[in-house]
Design a protein around this ligand. Structure first.
Ligand SMILES: Cc1cc2nc3c(=O)[nH]c(=O)nc-3n(C[C@H](O)[C@H](O)[C@H](O)COP(=O)(O)OP(=O)(O)OC[C@H]3O[C@@H](n4cnc5c(N)ncnc54)[C@H](O)[C@@H]3O)c2cc1C
Length: 419
């Protein structure tokens, strides 16, 4: 008996969901072939899944956000599919597109070759600050946060680079933990212990939200003792006498006890063939079918894909599309028949972002409608959605059903390729 693998690279929001989806809705529908079984192989550098959404609170306090709430072991979530699921702890280092094989380095430095009949790239992004990206060992990751919290406890000046949601949420958490919770109607803390400064390269915070919401975000930061500098970028940092000298694009500098870089992310794609990437080093995929057009039966899901502006909400729309097309292509490839119709993805570009600012307030919009502060707290500010969604994400609860979709005429006959 031989086992052929649908290989999924990356075991976070997108990769875990893809693995559940393929086990439930793709493997059972593949044509039977004597002597061959099909399975999912999931490759991830860590044995654990990190609930990254809670990152801003996890960096400030182990009491407010214990590691047991944001680190979850991956393998138990697939106990229901043990003959159809294999977990490989390791990092993909190379993909041989012609040979349809992935090279993986394991934590003990073994090189493993994994052949695939279909490949899903879900390797996501690395944040500028290591505090928000779990590399391999979650114990190291938690210790890193403990060291940050120790330094934070005595900090008098904190600078946060960036004006997006990670910067704003982090500034809120840091300012509240240092300066305390203000009175409900206070506009600033009475005796702030620390000066927290957000350096935003843009003319407003939270670029995808309307200006009035961004202004409210600044007001909520101010009440916690955090100020914002606009139209200014952090251009470099140096360490002098235990302080971080933060250099700004207007030639000024700020001396900080702590600098937190929340300026953006870099896609994890350096191991992929260059012809699979776009000019932002994302995996270039067809914006409708999410196929990686450079190679047969390769798909991108999650933040690594060229189709998305990022975030986990978009994955619920995109993932079933990519994996339905994977199923179509694979059935055609294995049966030698014409592929069925395509499924298409449409980006939902309405104003949607929910941003807690400390444990009491927050701003946001959903589906183009403004979300009041209390609702932001209810949805996300309480526990960064852990109680509603963390275990459900790990278990693929949102993908128990395949769901209905409208077939589109097939755009590619990749299923019949000899690759
Ligand atoms: C602090 C913070 C807060 C956020 N809050 C929100 C929020 O509230 N709402 C929201 O919608 N989005 C939020 N986001 C964005 C959200 O976290 C991302 O959209 C999400 O993590 C993307 O999931 P992903 O699975 O595509 O990629 P990632 O989460 O980046 O995961 C990629 C996985 O691939 C693995 N990997 C990397 N390289 C390799 C390799 N070579 N081989 C094998 N595996 C590899 C990684 O280790 C990781 O496990 C936040 C992001 C941050 C940083």
């Amino acid at each position: 008996m031989t086992t052929e693998s649908i290989v999924i690279l990356g075991g976070s929001f997108a990769g875990l969901s893809a693995a559940h989806y393929v086990i439930r809705h793709v493997l059972p529908q593949l044509p039977k072939k004597d002597g061959t079984t099909y399975a999912v192989t999931l490759v991830n550098p860590s044995k654990d899944f990190y609930w990254r959404i809670a990152g801003p609170r996890a960096i400030v306090s182990q009491e407010l956000m214990p590691s047991s709430k944001y680190i979850y072991p991956i393998e138990p979530a697939f106990a229901y599919a043990k003959d159809q699921f294999k977990f490989v702890q390791g990092t993909a280092t190379h993909v041989d597109a012609a040979g349809q094989t992935v090279s993986v380095t394991t934590p003990d430095n073994q090189q493993v070759q994994i052949p695939y009949i279909a490949l899903v790239v879900a390797t996501g992004v690395t944040t500028a600050s290591p505090l928000f990206t779990l590399k391999a060992d979650s114990a190291d990751f938690v210790s890193q946060k403990a060291a940050f919290q120790k330094a934070l406890a005595t900090a008098k000046t904190v600078v946060i680079g960036g004006g997006g949601p990670v910067a704003v949420e982090s500034a809120g958490e840091i300012a509240e933990v240092l300066n305390g919770k203000p009175g409900w109607f206070a506009s600033a803390p009475k005796n702030p212990k620390a000066k927290v400064t957000v350096v935003s390269g843009d003319k407003k915070l939270l670029p995808i939200l309307r200006e009035s919401i961004s202004n409210t975000a600044e007001k909520y930061l101010n009440r916690l003792g955090a100020d914002v500098i606009y139209n200014t970028k952090v251009v470099g940092t140096t360490i002098e006498n235990g302080k971080t000298i933060v250099k700004l694009s207007d030639d000024k500098t700020i001396e900080a006890d702590i600098y937190l870089d929340a300026t953006g992310v870099r896609p994890n794609t350096s191991f992929l063939p260059k012809e699979w990437l776009d000019n932002r080093n994302r995996v270039a995929c067809d914006p409708k079918t999410l196929r990686v057009t450079a190679s047969p039966r390769v798909y991108a899901v999650g933040d690594v894909g060229s189709y998305t502006r990022g975030g986990v909400m978009d994955q619920a729309n995109a993932l079933p599309v990519a994996l339905t097309n994977l199923k179509t292509d694979l059935i055609a490839h294995l049966s030698g028949k014409e592929p069925g119709p395509d499924r298409h993805y449409t980006a939902d570009l309405r104003e949607s972002q929910i941003v807690p600012i400390g444990t009491q307030k927050g701003v946001g919009a959903f589906g183009g409608n403004k979300v009041p502060s209390q609702m932001v707290w209810l949805i996300k500010g309480r526990d960064y959605m852990i109680s509603q969604l963390a275990q459900a994400t790990l278990d693929g609860a949102g993908y128990k059903k395949e769901g209905k979709w409208k077939p589109e005429p097939a755009t590619a006959k990749v299923g019949l390729s000899s690759g």
